[in-house]
Design a protein around this ligand. Structure first.
Ligand SMILES: Cc1cc2nc3c(=O)[nH]c(=O)nc-3n(C[C@H](O)[C@H](O)[C@H](O)COP(=O)(O)OP(=O)(O)OC[C@H]3O[C@@H](n4cnc5c(N)ncnc54)[C@H](O)[C@@H]3O)c2cc1C
Length: 339
């Protein structure tokens, strides 16, 4: 383990917010975590992956553990499927590319999502009709309080839309060190149910897409509408899409019959947060060093020198306005870190 006592976090968070850590620790294996917990025993340590879903409001005095555990290993395979065990510090998109180069199916719709493998279960990453839970087998995690190792299977992770047990009951309680995925080797389950994906494949006359076709199409669509954090600081969607009950939904639809929605169950509908924010006049709005992206109202951006507090305050302004106009309380998808 390597410890540094004054480290800039500017290049370690995709918002590109300048702030400093006074206790920054790079973790390369499970033993280093166990030793760290035994000697420090600070249950408030902050776990950092690729920094693409985290907003640092201030300088950080609590210990930061930057997880860099590497390795991709096949642990079991049959003619039809393969189980692969992946270190938490592997870059997510490198894993997707590795799976495609081996013709293993399951991760193609999740191409180009920033971040690391160990963070993927935290919010059950999802895109283009697929979620992490669809390919997840288990993960290894170490309790920050006790240093004890535990294996979580799918049921124990309690995955839901952009959430899991690691974002709810066990928030900041476990450090994920390794994730096992179940991928297909034959008869890949090709999923292009998501409209923009279906549209792009059809436009290019791809009638029986392969997993590589899906990945290429996803990359093309994502690159055309999402800002690259290397060019404009951002964390992707700042808020989750709210899921509302039938009563509130009907009231809102009565006011605006063009309101977009997706039915998630008999009595529940998901409303795109981007639409709500846009209706409140925030799309493309610039305020000081921050604002929302002109192509996507749900993406809060750093125009260059925004501080974490500035971005946070702007996000709360959006939240309050949406609450006032629609009576819907948006929930942050991004993890806000105080100090
Ligand atoms: C341009 C852009 C597009 C995006 N698109 C999508 C998308 O389509 N779908 C989607 O789901 N997300 C998307 N995201 C969000 C982000 O990529 C994911 O949430 C990703 O999983 C975050 O990974 P990370 O390693 O960067 O996590 P970090 O930002 O480093 O951490 C996120 C949270 O996980 C915790 N954490 C990190 N590593 C561990 C670990 N090993 N053990 C325990 N806790 C840990 C952190 O403490 C923090 O609370 C996007 C982000 C950007 C910038």
């Amino acid at each position: 383990m390597k410890t540094k006592y004054k480290t800039s976090l500017k290049d370690l968070n995709s918002f590109g917010v300048e702030c400093f850590s006074s206790n920054f620790n790079i973790i390369n294996n499970e033993k280093e975590i166990i030793d760290f917990i035994a000697s420090n025993n600070d249950p408030e340590s902050i776990i950092l992956g690729g920094g693409s879903n985290i907003l640092f409001k201030n300088d950080i005095d609590k210990p930061i553990l930057k997880i860099e555990i590497k390795g991709i290993e096949i642990i079991n395979e049959t003619a039809e499927r393969v189980l692969i065990s992946v270190g938490a510090g592997e870059v997510w998109d490198d894993l997707v590319n590795w799976s495609l180069s081996n013709n293993y199916g399951g991760l193609e719709n999740l191409s180009l999502i920033p971040g690391n493998v160990g963070s993927a279960p935290i919010q059950n990453i999802g895109a283009y009709g697929v979620e992490l839970k669809d390919v997840f087998e288990s993960c290894r995690a170490i309790s920050i309080e006790t240093g004890l190792l535990r294996i979580f299977n799918t049921n124990e992770c309690n995955f839901s839309y952009r959430s899991s047990v690691f974002k709810e009951g066990f928030k900041n309680k476990y450090i994920i060190t390794n994730v096992v995925f179940r991928l297909s080797k034959l008869n890949h389950l090709i999923n292009y149910s998501y409209e923009p994906l279906k549209f792009d494949l059809k436009k290019n006359n791809i009638l029986s897409p392969t997993i590589n076709d899906i990945s290429k199409s996803v990359i093309k669509i994502r690159s055309s509408k999402l800002p690259d954090p290397k060019e404009i600081g951002n964390c992707g969607s700042f808020f989750k899409n709210p899921i509302i009950n039938d009563l509130n939904f009907k009231k809102l639809l009565k006011k605006d019959k063009d309101m977009p929605f997706f039915k998630v169950s008999k009595n529940k509908n998901k409303i795109p947060a981007a639409w709500l924010i846009q209706q409140c006049g925030f799309k493309g709005l610039k305020e000081g060093n921050t604002g929302t992206h002109d192509k996507h109202a749900l993406i809060i951006i750093n125009h260059g020198n925004a501080s974490g507090v500035e971005i946070f305050n702007f996000s709360q302004k959006i939240k309050n306005k949406v609450l006032k106009i629609f009576n819907i309380l948006l929930e942050e998808e991004v993890n806000i870190i105080d100090n």
